[in-house]
Design a binder for this molecule. Structure first.
Ligand SMILES: Nc1ncnc2c1ncn2[C@@H]1O[C@H](COP(=O)(O)OP(=O)(O)OP(=O)(O)O)[C@@H](O)[C@H]1O
Ligand SMILES: [Mg+2]
Length: 457
């Protein structure tokens, strides 16, 4: 995104040449020869930087500055001051200007200042974005659901957040286990440190110990320097052990010892380190079954499952579906800049009765795709591409459904590509997805030969 600048100065030669310089430097510039027009423009557009002469007809620079502070507080303001108005420029800093420059203006000096301010604005924007991302992903009010089952989940989350107990979250895939783990962490005032997540099923068995506990240089061939483990990274915070059911037995012993003694020993070290953190573990396996088959240690299970949070599958809390649908429709609608804010009654019926083996993650994906395909303000049955499944013969129907969905998606993408004569950037824009997503879909759906045919025709 280009930095957007407003320049207000009644001295025509300066204004026109400087506007040209700024254009050449790659900025977007709107220029005005009086304060009143500048104020109008500020109300209509979002400027990153405003450069204001102090003496101007209509409204002087100070008046414009005050207006900016009121309507667009993130805009950075640079005042231009002539001999005789320096004191006013200093005053302007008190009102909220960031800088002032003296007339006659030396282009290189002021360009440098503009670049600094532009950089500041970018960082500020990124920060705002980061904060809102963090806030929205991790806060408990992003967890949707007011079924009795979810009410119990919320109650447990609030209760346990104030304790130091370890927690075991159980539930099928896609039921929101990781989301709940984050929410517990963000509500836990007793653990102000970091939230560190480890997926136990993703680390090779031989490396788990060193990942968790760290290692000393030379303790094994690839250990070329000391390395801190995830336990240490999560000191005073939360260590989230995801997919704990996949942790190898050899590592379970060491984990048990760490939990019991509240100390860890890095691989190859002779000294142990005290640890102070909360462990939140999650699993979609039924651990009691794993215990009975000898794949999970019973003693570790009881150490981790001091408090249990169970997330019921979506099909057991269908009353949550409408709110979830509404939430995801709003989310993807605004993300894709579409104008599709409601769901037809028939479509909602299908969503209410579907099996949802992949739980909320699956629902989220279905809505995302529906919003991509939706052509007017309402999501219709054809947009969601699901058929209600009865509980018998689900497996074969599921396969049939998957095939149907693939086919549907393929046809649709082809249609849009055809419309844009194979131009992928235009097609992606039309589909409301990124170009890289389109490329991924083309390869996932094995569409390359179809596209070649498209080019030949
Ligand atoms: N109650 C909820 N409200 C809103 N979004 C939810 C809810 N539960 C889950 N989600 C969303 O569904 C997706 C899956 O959630 P999450 O990753 O927490 O599930 P999980 O149980 O850890 O799944 P898996 O076992 O597959 O790792 C995420 O994108 C999450 O934001
Ligand atoms: Mg998960």
């Amino acid at each position: 995104m280009k930095t957007r600048i407003l320049l207000a100065d009644d001295e025509q030669t300066f204004r026109l040449t400087f506007t040209k310089v700024l254009h050449e430097e790659g900025f977007d510039v709107d220029d005005f020869d009086n304060g009143l027009d500048a104020i109008d423009a500020i109300k209509k557009n979002a400027y990153d930087i405003a450069i204001l002469d102090i003496q101007m007809p209509g409204a002087d620079g100070i008046k414009v500055l005050k207006e900016i502070v009121k309507v667009s507080p993130n805009t950075r303001v640079i005042m231009i001051t002539a001999y005789g108005t320096v004191e006013m420029a200093v005053e302007a800093i008190k009102f909220g200007a960031s800088e002032y420059v003296m007339k006659p203006v030396i282009f290189d000096d002021v360009l440098l200042k503009i670049k600094q301010q532009a950089r500041y604005r970018r960082l500020q924007e990124e920060n705002i974005q980061l904060k809102s991302d963090l806030g929205s992903i991790f806060s408990i009010d992003q967890i949707i659901g007011d079924s009795p089952a979810m009410a119990r989940v919320f109650e447990t989350i609030y209760k346990v957040a104030n304790t130091k107990s370890n927690i075991l979250i159980t539930g099928e895939s896609g039921t929101g286990k990781e989301m709940v783990a984050h929410a517990i962490h963000s509500l836990s005032e007793g653990f102000p440190g970091r939230f560190v997540a480890v997926n136990c099923s993703a680390i090779p068995e031989g490396l788990i110990e060193s990942e968790l506990f760290g290692h000393k240089k030379g303790s094994f061939t690839s250990a070329v320097e000391d390395k801190k483990g995830l336990f240490e990274a999560a000191q005073e915070g939360t260590l989230f052990l995801d997919e704990i059911g996949y942790m190898p037995l050899s590592c379970q012993v060491k984990l048990l010892r760490a939990v019991e003694e509240r100390r860890i020993t890095p691989v190859g070290s002779t000294e142990s380190i005290p640890i102070e953190l909360r462990i939140v573990a999650a699993t979609n396996k039924i651990l009691l079954n794993e215990i009975s088959t000898g794949h999970f240690r019973e003693d570790l299970y009881y150490r981790l499952n001091v408090v249990g949070v169970h997330l019921p599958p979506l099909r057991e809390r269908r009353e949550d579906i409408p709110k979830l649908v509404e939430h995801f429709v709003a989310k993807y609608n605004s993300q894709m800049g579409k104008n599709c804010a409601s769901v037809s009654e028939r479509a909602m019926n299908v969503l209410m009765n579907y099996e949802w083996k992949g739980n909320i993650r699956e629902l989220q994906n279905v809505i995302e795709r529906a919003i991509i395909f939706a052509e007017d303000e309402t999501v219709n049955v054809s947009d969601i591409g699901l058929v209600s499944v009865s509980s018998d013969s689900i497996d074969s129907q599921e396969r049939g459904l998957q095939d149907a969905l693939r086919c549907f998606e393929k046809e649709y993408i082809l249609r849009v590509l055809k419309k844009h004569k194979g131009d992928k950037a235009l097609a992606a824009g039309d589909l409301g997805i990124g170009v890289s997503t389109l490329y991924r879909k083309i390869s996932e759906l094995e569409m390359n030969s179809d596209i070649e045919r498209l080019g030949a025709s």
